[in-house]
Design a protein. Structure first.
Lengths: 309, 225
């Protein structure tokens, strides 16, 4: 059971929900940038929600499915074609042996996930299949996919596809500002500066990747220029380097850093960050820690209620 | 000690506001105390110079409960495990090719390049923590005279094994990454192997010495590595 990479697309990697427990060795979690879409794609085909799947960025891959398989795509809409026919997203689809799946450009987000029943079969490194690009391990040889790669598929026996209830995924496309809580060094910034950070729209720079999204907009500066002693960085931290242009640290982030962190994206909105594209405008709004945890709890509950049967 | 939320899924435990071996000892003590508890609600621990970031699943455990656990462990006087006696020796070749900034460090500090090498390889260092990238160890204990600011513009790529200086810190780049530290030498040893049971050669708390080797020894050691 294999799938062959004909064209790799812009930046396609294997990801699961990430590699935890190794931050003290300098190893970031990696994992899907939009973990919610990865989980839904896996659940659609009947996989464990943490199974390794393909994360395609901005321009999708062209794949040859060597053996009959059941697949699902979820996340940004990327106009996938299966042997010339449009492939419906967000549902499990049976694919005949020898079919060619052609994924196009994403139209409403940055990343699209392709899960296959049985999961992609790659060795786990430190408990995860996720590709660590900088460390060059995990996934397929620690790198993005390239033409000619042959991906093995795990055993699919006993797995049953599931169906989504109509309209449920609209909740994924939440509009409005990205919600944040206060960062570990928010008090390095004056009340006015902090308020301006929340009131100002920022643009996602072209120099953004899975390690960090560079934001362009009004510069923000701490009350005084002092040196932060390098400390740990939580997922979704927004740090402010000397030039005052914030950087949102993301799944492939460095585990420690030396710039003050003004705010932190809430866990329930991290998947939205994974769908931001270069040149997108982004705003932030503050919520309390309690509200953030409630939102995450509600999101997990929602994920259990969106299925037929 | 101060405990504050750093995000909806993490707490920052801070032990002081200056780098010192006592503070580092407290950070590593709490790090090890939390690690041996094997509490699977806690997902990641990020030690820094004076603080420990504790990342957890907020649906499994509350900020308050993690604060109580960390606070009582820290107040109970935790100490890092007994790897204090063992000193890890790392061979380093200080040839000009591997240490393109050696001459600048000598000029900036006002000592000869031979003296820079003698000082750098004469000290015993402590791994304060690993961070930045997989296997990158931040070493404390560098002789003060070797202090050197970072490059104004970081290099786009630094070769794996490169030994650098930044401020009062020294460290080794485990993989090819961009980097702004002043490069003074290179180790032939592999610092990070993801497939190994112990993926990083250095651990937080280790003591380290650099052993100056010549080019021929470097090449021989690299073949074995």
């Amino acid at each position: 059971m294999t799938i062959r990479v004909v064209k790799p697309g812009l930046f396609t990697t294997l990801q699961d929900r990430g590699r935890y427990g190794y931050a003290h060795l300098g190893i970031s979690p990696a994992g899907a940038a939009d973990a919610l879409s990865l989980r839904i794609a896996n659940l659609l085909v009947g996989n464990d929600e943490n199974a390794p799947a393909l994360e395609m960025t901005l321009l999708g891959a062209t794949l040859k499915v060597d053996d009959a398989a059941v697949i699902a795509v979820c996340g940004a809409n990327c106009e996938c074609k299966l042997g010339g026919e449009r492939l419906t997203a967000n549902m499990a689809v049976k694919v005949a042996a020898g079919s060619v799946l052609q994924c196009g450009s994403t139209t409403d987000g940055a990343r699209c996930y392709l899960a296959v029943q049985g999961g992609f079969d790659v060795p786990l490194v430190m408990g995860s299949a996720s590709t660590d690009i900088r460390g060059r391990f995990g996934g397929v040889e620690g790198r993005r996919l390239q033409a000619g790669d042959v991906l093995g598929i795990g055993a699919a026996s006993g797995l049953r596809p599931r169906r989504l209830r109509a309209g449920e995924l609209e909740a994924l496309h939440r509009e409005g500002p990205i919600r944040v809580t206060r960062g570990a060094q928010h008090d390095w910034f004056s009340f006015e500066t902090y308020a301006r950070f929340l009131a100002t729209p920022y643009t996602v720079s072209e120099q953004s990747d899975r390690a960090g999204l560079r934001l362009k907009g009004e510069a923000i500066t701490p009350r005084e220029q002092k040196q932060l002693l390098t400390d740990g960085i939580p997922l979704g931290a927004i740090q402010v380097p000397q030039d005052g242009q914030p950087i949102l640290l993301f799944v492939d982030q460095q585990t420690t850093g030396g710039y003050p962190k003004i705010a932190n994206v809430i866990a329930a909105d991290v998947h939205r960050v994974g769908q931001l594209r270069p040149r997108d405008e982004v705003r932030f709004t503050e919520v309390s820690i309690a509200e953030a945890v409630d939102e995450l709890r509600a999101q997990e509950r929602w994920l259990k209620t969106i299925w037929q049967d | 000690m101060k405990i504050i939320p750093a995000s909806d899924s993490s707490l920052m435990v801070t032990f002081g506001d200056a780098i010192s071996s006592e503070t580092s000892e407290q950070v590593l003590g709490l790090f090890h105390a939390l690690q041996v508890r094997k509490d699977n609600r806690i997902r990641n621990l990020h030690p820094g110079y004076t603080s420990l970031l504790v990342d957890f699943d907020p649906l499994a455990v509350s900020h308050e409960e993690v604060a109580v656990i960390a606070g009582s462990l820290a107040r109970g006087g935790t100490s890092a495990p007994e790897n204090l006696s063992e000193v890890v020796e790392l061979p380093v070749c200080y040839d000009a090719e591997f240490g393109p900034d050696l001459a600048d460090v000598a000029a900036h500090t006002g000592v000869s390049t031979e003296e820079v090498i003698r000082l750098h390889s004469g000290a015993t260092y402590r791994v304060c923590f690993l961070g930045f990238t997989a296997g990158f160890a931040y070493l404390g204990g560098m002789p003060e005279v070797l202090q050197m600011p970072r490059l104004a513009t970081p290099r786009r790529t630094v070769a794996p094994g490169s030994v650098g200086i930044a401020g009062r810190q020294t460290g080794i780049y485990p993989a090819e990454t961009p980097g702004g530290w002043r490069l003074i030498g290179r180790t032939p040893l592999r610092m990070f192997d993801p497939r190994s049971l112990q993926p990083t050669r250095l651990q937080a708390g280790d003591r380290v010495r650099f052993l100056a080797v010549d080019r021929a020894q470097f090449e021989r050691l690299r073949e074995h590595a």
